[in-house]
Ligand binder design. Structure first.
Ligand code: GDP
Length: 311
């Protein structure tokens, strides 16, 4: 099945990193009936507002890219907001989408749903096979509830809800706030500011040893539209590049792109998080999808976006 160009698609979270990438792609592919709402127009955590919205708009498809997200420090220090806001948003949207007769819904999770010490690369079957990483347990539990809610609605009601589990994301539109951001925008900004001020070094959190896999949001957007057309099972499906690198290697690559030639210093009072997060992407590649933006290319274009958009 392929999404018709005039299908009414509700894209929740269209201003975020993921949602804005999906919006760009939907527009570039000529979709004409994309429904969006800003947070001021529709509070997705409010059940009555979400019900009224679905009753009025009656979208045929839903892409749920709205979520409270953040980097390791935001997750560690604000777990209550991460669990409560995500449970509310996804609970309201998934339930009301089903009740109003939506044909298909896509839910986006995260690779942090898998156990902290899952065998690498992480297969979808590793879900709920061991304890979670404590620094983002609240967020991970909310995302696990979301994907299980999709599976339960499929099982009991026959609702075509699918879940994708992307690896760490980055790209244009990312959050560059040093307290709450993920590692790529944080290090890009630190390297940029160090270069500008002529600093001798920049500080990287943790030991530099953890390994992470990074996917450009434009690749994720393409994976989302691919999955809307080609995937209709209850179990979640991983989305990544199949390649990881250490935080030290990443920091060096970012300094290179930014043109900062000083030293790296390590702040070991900050947490490392999960030692390694590399997804097994064989399910998605078996269906015929793969990422196309290399990390080097993606870092360069993201830095250019930062230069063009920093305030
Ligand atoms: P995670 O994948 O959930 O751990 O999310 P992050 O992107 O926030 O962090 C990834 C890794 O990068 C962790 O090991 C962090 O300690 C490390 N890291 C190094 N420097 C920074 C930084 O300035 N900001 C963030 N967010 N992480 C950093």
């Amino acid at each position: 099945m392929s999404l018709a160009k005039d299908a009414a698609i509700f894209l929740a979270g269209h201003r975020g990193l993921v949602g804005s990438a999906i919006l760009r792609l939907l527009e570039a592919r000529g979709y004409q009936n994309i429904i969006t709402r800003s947070r001021d127009q529709l509070d997705l955590a409010n059940q009555a507002s979400v019900r009224d919205f679905f009753e009025l708009e009656r979208p045929a498809y839903v892409i749920l890219a709205a979520a409270r997200v953040g980097g390791i420090e935001a997750n560690r220090t604000r777990p209550a907001e991460f669990i409560s806001e995500n449970l509310a948003i996804q609970g309201n949207v998934i339930d009301q989408a089903y009740r109003s007769g939506v044909k298909k819904l896509l839910f986006l999770g995260s690779s942090c749903i898998y156990p902290r010490l899952a065998a690498q690369p992480i297969r979808e079957e590793a879900l709920l096979s061991g304890p979670l990483e404590p620094t983002n347990e609240a967020y991970a539990l909310a995302k696990i509830a979301g994907l299980k809610m999709c599976a339960a609605y499929r099982q009991q009601y026959g609702f075509d809800a699918i879940s994708l589990m992307p690896t760490n994301l980055y790209g244009p539109g990312d959050n560059f706030d040093l307290e709450s951001s993920h590692v790529i925008p944080a290090l890009m900004r630190k390297a940029h500011e160090a270069k500008k001020s002529g600093a001798a070094s920049l500080t990287v959190w943790g030991s530099g040893r953890p390994r992470r896999e990074f996917l450009h949001v434009d690749d994720l957007a393409s994976a989302c539209l691919f999955a809307m057309d080609h995937y209709d099972e209850g179990s979640p499906m991983n989305v990544g590049t199949g390649q990881d690198l250490s935080i030290k290697q990443l920091a060096e690559a970012i300094c290179h792109v930014v043109g900062f030639n000083g030293n790296l210093t390590w702040d070991d009072s900050m947490p490392d998080g999960t030692p390694r997060k590399l997804l097994d992407i064989s399910r998605m590649s078996g269906l015929g999808w793969q990422a196309s933006i290399s990390l080097e290319e993606g870092l360069k274009s993201t830095y250019q976006w930062y230069l063009d958009n920093q305030t």
